[in-house]
Design a protein around this ligand. Sequence first.
Ligand code: PLP
Length: 402
Amino acid sequence: KLDFHPAGRHFLQIPGPSPVPDRILRAMSLPTIDHRGPEFGVLGLKVLEGIRKIFKTTQPVVIYPASGTGAWEAALTNTLSPGDAVLMYETGHFATLWKKMAENLGLKPEFLGLPGTEGWRRGVQADRIEARLRADAGHTIKAVCVVHNETSTGVTSDIAAVRRAIDAAGHPALLLVDTISGLASADYRHDEWGVDVTVSGSQKGLMLPPGISFNAVSPKALEASKTAKLPRSFWGWGEIIEMNKQGYWPYTPSTNLLYGLAEAIDMILAEGLENVFARHQRLAGACRAAVTAWGLDIQCADPAVYSPVLTGVMMPEGIDADAVRKLIYEHFDMSLGTGLGKVKGRMFRIGHLGDCNDLTLMATLSGCEMGLRLAGVKLAGSGVVAAMDHLTRHAVKPALGM
Ligand code: PLP
């Protein structure tokens, strides 16, 4: 709890939920309408059509009134049967939670990865998936499950490479991908990358409050759902997709979050998806320039898979990352992401996703730099200056005197 009354806005710089723009808050404040009435069907069709563009798919996208965890469960229960072997990959805390869920549901997950926390610094190694699938001559593995943007580490895996690995092995396993924190921030292509189920959520790149989540579903996944035997009722795709054809749901949908979703889609498509991705890359580059100038390590050890969504900052030996976060919260009214699971206390996470611009990032980095100094962390130099330098060198418009 803050012991003073902070003026101005709280800085919500965790890697989701991300700040909700005023425009979206206003859209959500409209009166709730009859979810079986004529106006609702128009809204339903609009968001169902629009969200496909964000996933880059022409296939159905199912929207659940649930957090991302619900959409994880939906992806597994719609496509798999009790006792099915699934190949999962340890990229971090969220991959670990998804694997635990698979166990809870009675699946047999096999967890590929590197020892200790080594895998928490690198993306999915597609060649290891290929080798494992080649060894599975009897095709007992029914699905490969990977996290695209691992929110606990700031590593964005190469999903196209995973697709190529499955194809190279000539294996029929489904490809299930979690891009809960990647969608609408990091380049993502459901159809082109041949993903069978993409799982996502509202509270990250879509700039909405938490509360709705998604399954983008390929024809192969839909076919699998007809024979898959895991119990499901609320999560079942069939009835939802049928009623979605008219813009309705079999149950009461989150009407006001769908108002927000319609607004978010308009905002993202007006900026242009590719521009949204480029903005995130540029801000992430500036954030990494800051961390490097401080002389601190970035959690992601492979530049090829740096996340455009968040940056994990590792603390020097003997410094408790959560104590630094607490100090920053108490002095500057800013929330940063805690280290999760195996890296708890060893690092913190800076979110630069969604409704974030140059000055949001600069204020965030200023808070971090002041906080690190106040916490007694020895810094090699000014990250703030390095980030400003990065942003001006990569200016978005032509400038005089550069
Ligand atoms: N997967 C990833 C990559 C996430 O970042 C999160 C949440 O941060 C989840 C799954 C779980 O989603 P939720 O907390 O919305 O249930």
